[in-house]
Design a protein around this ligand. Structure first.
Ligand SMILES: Nc1ncnc2c1ncn2[C@@H]1O[C@H](COP(=O)(O)OP(=O)(O)OP(=O)(O)O)[C@@H](O)[C@H]1O
Length: 241
């Protein structure tokens, strides 16, 4: 479960990148975080993960306060950033072992998970190569695998489908569904509204730091008394049409 209460942040004292955002994401749901470029999605995610500090407000991960109890809070989630260009000099397998060490995954369990993840993401052959030699999509996959190797309860994924080929994208979506079906939490940002419409139990739409809507797609259609697609509703709501 993720709880954001009255989160506000501005950069260099300028306008608010995130303004008084309150959101709860429950276990058992896939939650989509949508908004135009510069809306405040990544800033919100950086505050959720402890990378950036909110000016005001509190964030809890499964009840642990990210500011007051950062280690316990960080044990609750896995985070895939929007750029996968990390640890480029390590080989894929070295990176997965490093992540497994950080999260104290026992050796037999990590071996089993590396095999399963390698198979599901078609990465078995690439694991002995340096990450530097990977394509963007392969880097994205190794970062996702590094998160999943410690089986965090809460997944926080910033644009996770960007650059993935159709099979890997399908696999990740399937894994997101499995994770939520097991009662755990999936929070992800995306610009691909067709995916959000099909995959998410609930969505929030943020624009200029404000949450404009939070709920199910059906609730959104009811609110606007419309049977338009999520894409059309999004464009109306964010004033781009
Ligand atoms: N490090 C920073 N310094 C100053 N301003 C920043 C910084 N990071 C983000 N901003 C500003 O904060 C606002 C929100 O940006 P953010 O990156 O959170 O948007 P986003 O919704 O993730 O956008 P995108 O979809 O383009 O990735 C923007 O106005 C952006 O210019």
């Amino acid at each position: 479960m993720i709880e954001l209460s009255y989160i506000t942040k501005s950069y260099n004292g300028k306008g608010k990148a995130v303004d008084n955002v309150t959101l709860t994401v429950n276990g058992g749901e896939i939650f989509g975080f949508l908004g135009p470029n510069g809306a405040g999605k990544t800033t919100t995610i950086k505050m959720m993960t402890g990378i950036a500090k909110p000016d005001k407000g509190t964030i809890r991960m499964n009840g642990y306060d990210v500011a007051a109890d950062p280690i316990q809070a960080k044990k609750q989630f896995g985070y895939v950033p929007d750029s996968p260009d990390l640890f480029l000099r390590l080989k894929g397998l070295e990176y997965l072992n490093f992540m497994a060490d950080m999260y104290e995954v026992p050796k037999p369990l990590r071996k089993e998970r590396i095999e399963t993840l390698g198979r599901r993401f078609d990465m078995e052959q690439a694991l002995s190569d340096p990450i530097q030699s990977y394509s963007h999509g392969m880097r994205q996959k190794i970062v996702i695998m590094g998160v999943l190797i410690h089986d965090p309860e809460v997944w926080i994924l910033d644009e996770p489908l960007t650059g993935l080929d159709p099979k890997s994208s399908y696999t990740l979506k399937e894994m997101m569904r499995e994770h939520a079906a097991a009662g755990k939490t999936v929070f992800f940002s995306t610009h691909v509204l067709e995916v959000a419409e099909k995959l998410c139990d609930r969505v929030a739409i943020i624009n200029k730091g404000d949450i404009l809507f939070c709920g199910t797609f059906k609730e959104m259609q009811e609110r606007f008394q419309s049977d338009l697609s999520l894409e059309k509703l999004f464009l109306e709501l964010t004033g781009d049409e």
